[in-house]
Design a protein around this ligand. Structure first.
Ligand SMILES: Cc1cc2nc3c(=O)[nH]c(=O)nc-3n(C[C@H](O)[C@H](O)[C@H](O)COP(=O)(O)OP(=O)(O)OC[C@H]3O[C@@H](n4cnc5c(N)ncnc54)[C@H](O)[C@@H]3O)c2cc1C
Ligand SMILES: NC(=O)c1ccc[n+]([C@@H]2O[C@H](COP(=O)([O-])OP(=O)(O)OC[C@H]3O[C@@H](n4cnc5c(N)ncnc54)[C@H](O)[C@@H]3O)[C@@H](O)[C@H]2O)c1
Ligand code: SF4
Ligand code: FES
Length: 813
């Protein structure tokens, strides 16, 4: 007589089949397995539906287990045949097609369904959720026939659906109930930054809107809101959350709350019946992300296979929005509470926001926008519960730098990570599986690990940790192979890209991405602006700046502030102004109710708290050039009083500063550039912590380069000493052009000089002919630049970008 027991799985989805995979590994002959699936497809990666919709992959490519896998493992499978009844007394299930299957062990893994708002008209044609392949196909078909789409819900799913529909050529409006997007995962500043970025991609938003009715005869025609406004649409995608599928369990008499209630070993209230995945509720939580569900699956598999397990204790979760061109990460408890402390940085120039939330010295939550490189490291810190007291700032400023300072380094952290820790949540890949791929299967590149284990193949959030583990296991064997591209979209580095652009005569961002085989068709927030810069630097005479490839600040030519308002900094050459100019600034500030006027550190005036729609009017009335206070460009030329008024001054620093600033006032660069000129060695303009500082010494000028006064203070190094004013100009322009042509995008001069060495730069500039050629190339570029404020004021179409969208809320003062 066979001792093989019967195992029935209801739900052919991600959590259920992952559990079966583990059981097959742990106890290959323990069960005779039968699987019922409501969908007609083999088990597939639901996460990747967003990518299918966006055109990044195909349905065939997201299948996890082909039909042959079921056959090879002796699994009887009933696709497209949902179980409709469980007879717990007789230990039997009955399917819609009438199949009866008895069991010794039953696993419920029925997942969730999209929550469809119970609105009048919600049953009309063209109203769908986004949950499965069928929904994906419905959206793709609709895009062939119709133009307008409305997505209700600005959470992860809604935004990924909206991005996909945009890619399919539809005009997409997202209707969101809250004041900022992804409110379940992000705080206000990150939500606002995300909105701006997505608006730039062409998405429209109606915030704080409550849908009241869906109108139309048979098919949807429009949405009516509680404020009685109407939005015409041909398709409505509801993405307002999910509900666990528990009807079957309820009918069988199981204890059910939001989900099927399970204990730490995934037992339900009836012996012999377990539940796993989104349909299960553990310690009051029904999870909606795969990482915790895979952890549950492992515990259940161990129990059913008779292996030891400590049980499931609940999970901290992390999410990453899968929209190309936008980097958003959120983990743990990101909201502030009475017993938490938080620390945050907001870099409006680079469009980066980082927040860490701490409790009792431990990191319990994080939000990252614009740069999510540290997401995986922060998440592993949250999970480890390590005490980070005293290191918070250091971690916030640079976990990715390798955990310098008193805490454990990345290398130490990788070594300490337990073997069974899941590194890739989306694909359930453990540290041990990556170790196995590197040590036993010869995988010594990220690409090889990805194909072998699927780690980093879905949202990409785990990539930094997978790379660190690769280095941990492969050591020197990694060598060249782990060479990093400028971002995750390419394996080419900066120098290779610049060389290819020149060699092949590539002229647009899209062309570079196509020809060089970008992984992400739209690129991301790192590569798009850098390609935009390289193309402009290489082809100054013909390249047209691509607005969508720039950061928000540079697109609006004003610095975005914490509360969503902007700041306006007009250029004040050398920090020298006049009564007439001051009156003009004061008049504008009064007229537009500017909440604050402040002197900047660079001797200019900053009008803070300006609403976006007022920007063009303010620029027009100021009638002053843009100070580029928002851009990767020349910022200020700070000057001291100099010999005109100061009794110590030996040279005219003001005249020299103004001369340099007038020449360079529209110069864009890989990163922001600050200059200063001091009239004697007392150096009141602090020229030796600037990107380029000119200091008068008796009868000559010294040029200091590569200084920085920001987070990492660096004293500038002496480049040269020259006699005449003309030589100051020649060396300054040649040096800056050499930096423009050779630095990586977003690399300040301090970092660049540290990387290439001052001697290299001195050598490159020692030949006069070479210097003059550099000056000539800079002049060619400068000759083509226009004042961005003036350009917008004079162009009605550009001005329109500053008008707020109907229905969106103006940012708070
Ligand atoms: C578009 C999209 C993108 C997502 N992106 C991410 C992401 O980036 N990261 C992340 O962590 N999570 C993401 N998720 C969520 C993730 O896909 C789910 O958490 C996961 O699929 C849940 O697994 P599950 O097995 O519990 O349920 P499912 O994968 O939904 O599987 C349940 C299966 O059971 C079937 N079923 C239901 N009732 C019956 C029945 N009576 N008889 C037979 N079969 C039945 C269902 O048809 C379904 O096929 C995304 C979800 C969607 C829809
Ligand atoms: N990248 C990812 O990790 C990813 C991607 C897609 C889906 N998912 C998962 O899939 C599940 C479903 O995602 P979701 O975005 O639907 O759920 P969600 O709960 O994360 O977001 C729903 C959003 O809809 C909003 N909302 C609620 N009622 C509304 C109404 N009447 N009108 C307008 N807006 C309304 C809410 O404020 C919320 O922000 C979640 O578990 C999510 O974690 C994850
Ligand atoms: S640097 Fe010299 S010249 Fe300039 S203000 Fe100071 S003391 Fe005067
Ligand atoms: S965590 Fe999403 S791909 Fe690894």
């Amino acid at each position: 007589m066979s001792t093989t027991k019967k195992l029935v799985l209801v739900g052919n989805g991600m959590a259920g089949i992952r559990t079966i995979e583990h059981i097959l590994k742990l106890a290959p002959h323990a069960y005779e397995i039968t699987v019922f699936g409501a969908e007609p497809h083999p088990n597939y990666n639901r996460i990747m539906l967003s990518s299918v919709l966006a055109g990044g992959t195909s349905i065939e490519d997201i299948v996890i287990n082909e039909w042959s896998w079921y056959k090879d493992n002796g699994i009887r499978v009933y696709p497209g045949d949902p179980v409709i009844r469980i007879d717990a007394e007789r230990k039997e299930v009955v399917s819609q097609a009438g199949v009866r299957a008895s069991y010794d062990e039953l696993i419920l893994a029925t997942g969730s369904q999209a929550f469809i708002l119970p609105l009048p008209g919600a049953d009309k044609e063209g109203v769908i959720g986004f949950r499965d392949i069928k929904d994906c196909e419905t959206m793709m078909a609709a895009s062939q026939k119709y133009r307008k789409a409305a997505v209700i819900g600005g959470g992860l799913l809604g935004l990924e659906a909206a991005r996909g529909l945009l890619n399919l050529g539809m005009d997409v409006t997202v209707i969101h109930i809250n004041g900022h997007l992804m409110d379940r995962n992000l705080d206000l500043p990150a939500g606002l930054m995300l909105q701006r970025e997505l608006e730039e991609q062409g998405m429209k938003f109606l915030l704080k809107k409550h849908t009241e009715e869906i109108t139309g005869k048979h098919r949807v025609k429009s949405l009516r809101f509680t404020d009685q406004t109407v939005l015409e649409t041909d398709l409505v995608v509801m993405a307002v959350g999910i509900r666990p599928q528990v009807e079957l369990a309820r009918q069988a008499g199981l204890n059910v709350n939001r989900g099927v209630i399970v204990d730490d070993y995934m037992n339900t209230s009836i012996p012999g019946i377990s539940a796993v995945g989104e349909c299960a509720e553990h310690r009051g939580i029904a999870y909606g992300l795969v990482a915790p569900l895979y952890e549950q699956g492992m515990v259940l598999a161990k129990r059913l296979a008779g292996s030891a397990t400590e049980g499931y204790e609940g999970s901290v979760t992390s999410t990453k929005l899968k929209v190309s061109g936008v980097d958003v990460f959120s983990a743990g408890q990101f909201k502030d509470a009475a017993d938490t402390r938080s620390i945050r940085i907001q870099d409006d120039v680079d469009g980066v926001y980082k927040k860490m939330v701490m409790k009792d010295g431990q990191l319990i939550g994080a939000v990252l926008f614009g740069d999510t490189t540290d997401g995986a490291s922060l998440f592993s810190l949250i999970k480890s519960g390590e005490n980070i007291g005293g290191r918070e700032k250091e971690i916030l400023l640079g976990v990715s730098a390798g955990g310098s300072g008193s805490g454990p380094s990345v290398t130490e952290r990788m070594a300490a990570m337990p073997d069974d820790e899941i590194v890739c949540g989306c694909n359930g890949v453990t540290k041990a599986a990556i170790g196995d791929a590197v040590l036993n299967k010869g995988c010594n590149t990220l690409g090889a690990i990805k194909s072998c284990t699927k780690a980093s193949a879905s949202c990409g959030g785990c990539k930094p940790i997978v790379e660190s583990l690769l280095v941990h296991y492969a050591g020197d064997a990694v060598g060249e192979q782990v060479k990093e591209g400028i971002c995750g979209c390419t394996s080419y580095d900066r120098d290779e890209i610049v060389a290819q652009i020149k060699e092949m005569g590539l002229k647009t961002v899209k062309e570079v991405m196509n020809v060089l085989g970008w992984n992400e068709p739209e690129g991301c927030s790192k590569c798009r602006p850098s390609l935009n810069y390289y193309l402009g630097m290489i082809w100054p005479a013909e390249y047209e700046d691509e607005r969508v490839s720039k950061f928000t600040n540079e697109r609006y030519h004003a610095n975005i502030q914490k509360d969503g308002t902007y700041s306006v900094i007009p250029r004040i050459y050398g920090g020298v102004t006049s009564p007439a100019e001051l009156i003009k600034i004061a008049t504008v500030a009064e007229k537009y109710d500017v909440p604050m006027v402040k002197f900047t550190g660079g001797q200019r005036l900053d009008l803070l708290g300006v609403q976006k729609e007022n920007l063009p009017k303010i620029w027009e009335e100021l009638d002053m050039p843009s100070g580029f206070g928002y851009g990767k460009a020349l910022r200020t030329v700070k000057t001291c009083v100099g010999n005109t008024f100061c009794r110590f001054g030996t040279q005219d620093s003001i005249e020299m500063g103004i001369r340099l600033e007038k020449k360079l006032d529209k110069m864009v660069a890989p990163a922001k550039v600050k200059l200063a000129v001091s009239g004697c060695p007392r150096n009141c303009a602090e020229a030796t912590i600037k990107d380029l500082g000119v200091v008068a010494i008796d009868g000559a000028w010294e040029l200091h380069v590569g200084g920085n006064g920001g987070v990492k203070v660096r004293a500038a190094e002496l480049l040269c000493t020259v006699k005449t004013d003309a030589e100051v100009e020649e060396w300054t322009y040649a040096y800056l052009q050499y930096y423009r042509e050779n630095a990586r995008w977003n690399e300040r001069t301090a970092a660049w000089i540290e990387r290439v060495g001052l001697d290299h730069v001195k050598k490159a500039l020692e030949d006069r002919e070479e210097r003059l050629a550099l000056v000539e190339r800079l002049e060619l570029t400068l000759g083509r630049t226009v004042d961005p404020w003036k350009e917008i004021i004079e162009d009605e179409k550009l001005r329109k970008n500053f008008t707020p969208l109907a229905g969106t809320q103006p940012a708070a003062h």
